[in-house]
Design a protein around this ligand. Structure first.
Ligand code: IMP
Length: 178
């Protein structure tokens, strides 16, 4: 393992780029000849969406939503709220929700439910990271970058108290910083 600014790197930028390229090929294969709307979940998914969008060759547009973060203490309450809605209607469209981490599954379960109410043609999920051991809701991504154990990670869009989103690698949160 190498270090970046003293942080332990879990996935290097090269490993991330390689994996996103593969995910892009799979999505292109699955949506050949179709149009696609990628919906990024702000803010964490922004770098992933930017790279994933450039790794697909289907006709793709972007939209973004933001959800309220339920603080750590009330995670199990399932209280997820939409604080920025879609700009464009998704009815009849192929939708790909793009998220940084699938953790408890509360966020994506909520988003999937409200997006399905808009009757898209199809609805898929791409998550860069998956922490299956943390799941509260029964939900899986259609495209997963890396599956990881119950570790808190930062970088490549992912934050701790809004910091570290700009790290180019995915790093482990140092225990003394928490
Ligand atoms: P879920 O609703 O529990 O699946 O939460 C997903 C959201 O929690 C992600 O989009 C992240 O914003 C946040 N999250 C979960 N695990 C981590 C982590 O290890 N680092 C940074 N953010 C995380």
């Amino acid at each position: 393992m190498s270090t970046y600014q003293g942080l332990e790197v879990l996935f290097t930028r090269e490993q991330i780029a390689e994996r996103i390229k593969e995910m892009g090929k799979q999505i292109t294969h699955d949506l050949e000849g179709e149009k696609l709307v990628m919906i990024g979940v702000l803010k964490g998914a922004a770098p992933f969406l930017a790279d994933l969008a450039r790794a697909v060759t289907v006709d793709t547009t972007f939209d973004f939503v933001a959800v309220s973060s339920y603080g750590k203490s009330n995670r199990t309450s399932g209280a997820v709220k939409l604080i920025k809605d879609l700009d464009e209607p998704i009815e009849g469209k192929n939708v790909l929700i793009v998220e940084d981490i699938l953790d408890t599954g509360l966020t994506l379960t909520y988003l999937r439910k409200i997006f399905l109410q808009h009757h898209p043609k199809s609805l898929r999920i791409a998550a860069l990271l998956d922490k299956p051991s943390r799941r509260i809701e029964k939900i899986e991504a259609d495209y997963t970058g890396f599956s990881i154990p119950n570790l808190f990670v930062i970088g490549f869009g992912m934050d701790y108290a809004e910091r570290y989103r700009n790290l180019p690698d995915i790093c482990l949160m140092p225990p003394d910083a928490q």
